[in-house]
Structure formats: structure tokens, C-alpha cells
Design a protein around this ligand. Structure first.
Ligand SMILES: C[S@@+](CC[C@H](N)C(=O)[O-])C[C@H]1O[C@@H](n2cnc3c(N)ncnc32)[C@H](O)[C@@H]1O
Length: 263
């Protein structure tokens, strides 16, 4: 299963800095208009490095993820921090683990594009409380010409040449938001909750893809993956000269949301 083998190294590969996670939690609380005691459901919560600050807010937090290993990491963090969280192993393409009309907001970061958009819409409408709540989607944005974005585009293009079209966060989010708008939803202007800069080597992207199952959010045969990574490596070597050169990488955490009227 995708992500099951990534739990131990996920945060090293893709984690957001703790200060950015704090800022993201505060931004989500404000943007969704949450109040003390409200329930928040997180879909695809992962290792919790992003979600831990949500547990410090005066909310009932419920998180779920399909990967037991990712959630084990989250549980370890919850125990270490002395907080509490209701966590469930569950598949987001099936019934979400909360009652009808029981949550004020649904949150997903870097996860909902793994699910069927129609199912996300149906479950969001089912679980949000009347007279309505908020669906909020978080993502990390990067300048298009930065090293991570450039190599990711190259990897996806090479993968497409092999006949595999990866999952795309933007297209997935857009499909969900458009369907919710058709049901009377009103978009909330996106907010950038945090910005940070670090260094990234072209070799880091290649190692990160090599070290996990699949590519671009989907299962890919091992020979195809090896071919794609070899081609991207050759391209990166020609483009950057040195795969180990530390290059500046700007990142930002953005939350886009929609207020959904529920009768
Ligand atoms: C890129 S990680 C993001 C984790 C976390 N939200 C974050 O931003 O740090 C994507 C997560 O979605 C989970 N996921 C993928 N497909 C899922 C599904 N069908 N149901 C529930 N979770 C799923 C994965 O197991 C993984 O933990």
C-alpha cells in the first residue's frame, strides 16, 4: 500500500517545519470560523506532524488514514506530546468514521487527491453539520522554477511518456470544489499560512522517489519506475551539473476552502 513503507521517513522527506504547522493550524481555525468545542475531521492525517498543533486548539479532533504505519507514527507523537486524539484506520473512499452532521469542518492536506472526488463530495455533505460547515484543503506551494518543482514536472512528464498519469492535487481539489459550488458552496479566498526556505539537492528528490513505493501518488511497475528515475537523473545531471549542489528551495503552506450549505 502507498505510504505504508514511508511512515518512518515521511517527515524527513515531506514534513513541514513545526512553526509552519503551528501557523497552519491557527490559519485553519480562523478561516473555517471554528469555535471552542467544534469537531474537526482530518482525512489522510498521516504522521500527524502537520496536525499535532490542531490538538492544542480547543476542538474535538478526529483524524483518519488508510495507512496503519502512518497512524502509528501519529499515535507515537500524540503520546510523546501528552495530548489526546481520536484516530482511526479507515479508507477515505469508504464511509468516513464520524456520524452524519457531526463536524464543523473537514480538513485534508496533501491527501484528498488520492480519493474519488465524487465520494469526497458525498461524505463532506454527509458529515458537515447543519446549517453548514467548511471543507479546507492544505498544500505546500513552491515556485515553478525551483529545484523541487522542476524535477517533479520532469519526473511526471517522463512517467506520462511511459503511459502513467500521476495523481494531481490541483485537479482533484478543483473537481471537489466545483462539485460543491454546484450544490451552493461558496469558496473562501485561499490563505498562505506560512512561508519557509531551505536547501534542496537534486539528489534529494531522486533519493526520495527511489525510497518509497510508487511514483506521483500511484503504484507503478518497478521496471517503469527504474527507467523513469534513470532518465530524470540523466536530465538533472545535464541541467544542474552537480546532483549534490544545495539549491535554495522556497515553500509555502496554503489553505483553500469552501463553505458548504447543508440543509
Ligand atoms: C502525502 S501524505 C499527507 C499526510 C498529511 N496529511 C500531511 O500533510 O502531512 C498522504 C496521506 O494520505 C493517506 N491516504 C492515501 N489514500 C488514502 C485513502 N484512500 N484513505 C485514507 N487515507 C489515504 C496516505 O496514507 C498518507 O498518509
Amino acid at each position: 500500500m502507498l505510504y505504508e513503507d514511508q511512515a518512518a521517513r515521511f517527515d524527513e522527506r515531506a514534513g513541514v517545519p513545526p512553526a509552519a504547522a503551528d501557523a497552519a493550524a491557527r490559519a485553519l481555525y480562523a478561516l473555517a470560523g471554528l469555535r471552542e468545542g467544534d469537531a474537526l475531521l482530518e482525512v489522510g492525517a498521516g504522521t500527524g506532524s502537520l496536525s499535532l498543533p490542531l490538538l492544542r486548539l480547543p476542538l474535538r479532533y478526529v483524524g483518519f488514514d488508510r495507512s496503519p504505519a502512518m497512524l502509528d507514527e501519529f499515535r507515537r507523537r500524540v503520546a510523546d506530546s501528552g495530548s489526546t486524539a481520536e484516530l482511526h484506520v479507515a479508507d477515505g473512499d469508504e464511509r468516513w468514521p464520524v456520524d452524519d452532521g457531526s463536524v464543523a469542518a473537514v480538513f485534508g492536506a496533501r491527501a484528498l487527491h488520492h480519493l474519488s472526488a465524487d465520494h469526497v463530495v458525498a461524505e463532506t455533505m454527509r458529515v458537515l453539520r447543519a446549517p453548514g460547515g467548511v471543507l479546507a484543503l492544505g498544500r505546500v506551494r513552491r515556485p515553478p522554477d525551483s529545484v523541487k518543482s522542476t524535477l517533479r514536472r520532469r519526473m511526471r512528464r517522463t512517467l506520462e511518456e511511459q503511459g502513467f498519469h500521476g495523481r494531481n492535487h490541483e485537479a482533484g481539489a478543483e473537481a471537489v470544489f466545483t462539485a460543491l459550488e454546484q450544490r451552493g458552496g461558496v469558496r473562501i479566498p485561499p490563505v498562505t499560512a506560512a512561508r519557509w526556505t531551505h536547501t534542496h539537492r537534486p539528489a534529494d528528490s531522486l533519493a526520495s522517489w527511489a525510497g518509497k513505493t510508487g511514483l506521483a501518488g500511484m503504484e507503478v511497475p518497478a521496471d517503469v519506475k527504474a527507467r523513469v528515475l534513470a532518465e530524470v537523473r540523466a536530465w538533472a545531471l545535464a541541467h544542474y551539473g552537480d546532483l549534490d549542489a544545495p539549491l535554495p528551495q522556497d515553500e509555502a503552506f496554503e489553505i483553500a476552502a469552501i463553505r458548504v450549505p447543508v440543509a
